[in-house]
Design a protein around this ligand. Sequence first.
Ligand code: PHE
Length: 369
Amino acid sequence: MSTSLEQLVELLNSEQNSNYGSLDELKKILESEEDLLSKCLVFTFDFFSQNRADELKSRFVGKKSPLQDLLKSLKNIPAEERKGAGQLVNQTKQAMENAVTKFLKTYEEHLEQTKIASENEDITLPTCFAKLGSRHPISVVMRDLLVPFQRMGFAVVDGPEIDTEFFNFDALNVVKEHPAREMQDTFFLASEWVLRTHTSNVQSHAMKERGIPLKIVCPGCVYRNEFDMTHVPSFRQIECLVVDKGIHMGHLRHVINELLSAAFGRPVKIRLRSSFFPFTEPSAEVDVECQQCFGKGCRSCKHTGWSEIGGCGVVNRKVLENCGVDPAIYSGIAFGFGVDRIAKDRFAVADLRSLFDGNVEYLSSFSLT
Ligand code: PHE
């Protein structure tokens, strides 16, 4: 077995004289061609590459190989010698072609084997059909809600889920005797700590920490002591707060429109209904046309044709003052929406609690990606 790559290249490049004067000479040429080929074929596969294998083929049995030249030159020799010479060349050609084909086939098998040996995965093992999960309806709404906010340049901020009464109530102008502070609604923890009842607690944190102007959105979990078809004790809200010079209700209405179309994945009819929140003045409840009866009135919307999804308003000047912001210079807008409530409406879920039963079959029926 030969050892050097240079030798192989040299053999492949060697030219053969295809001129001959007699049958004997022709035989010699053919023999030396066969000899050359056999020298090449004993090289180890390591010296071959796809290119070199192609070279081998074209050098010995290709259209421009010396053998082809010999065949072409047969017409120049005397008729009586032509037949014998032709047979000789054809026999040799056939033998060499067989040898090259056999060699290339084994070479390909060798390549395949090397490839398989280098793979550490057993591709012949039966496939494991892993079941791909689907996104939870609430995650989908949360994701869609954040898109317009990011487009409008809002910062997404986080707020504490365990907070002091001060941030959850006092800073927001919620007086001590307000019903929201009662045990039925709020989960009180040790001393003055509570589980936040709304994402509005982030308002004062953000104003104090980030300063003014401010344009933030805060998605997160909130907690209230309630449990029925439309309420669960731990649910998600999304809070929006903008404080700057000249901010007014018009801005509020625009952001709400943008947001709710994204949240429902289609344009929806919205209504602002005058209301009261201690931390906004004026205040309004935000209603969306019932997505099950489209305003006609059904059980889901308690025959009102509308579904309430949150509150909003112009930030109360007392809240600004509590956070050291001068209400003579700055004004703000804020809203807080129930994300679970939006998901319930968008996906026509009759009982909100069914979204939290952990019933995978039910949840995958929404086929959300
Ligand atoms: N925090 C209020 C709630 O949970 C909603 C709200 C947020 C209202 C901001 C006005 C402004 O009901």
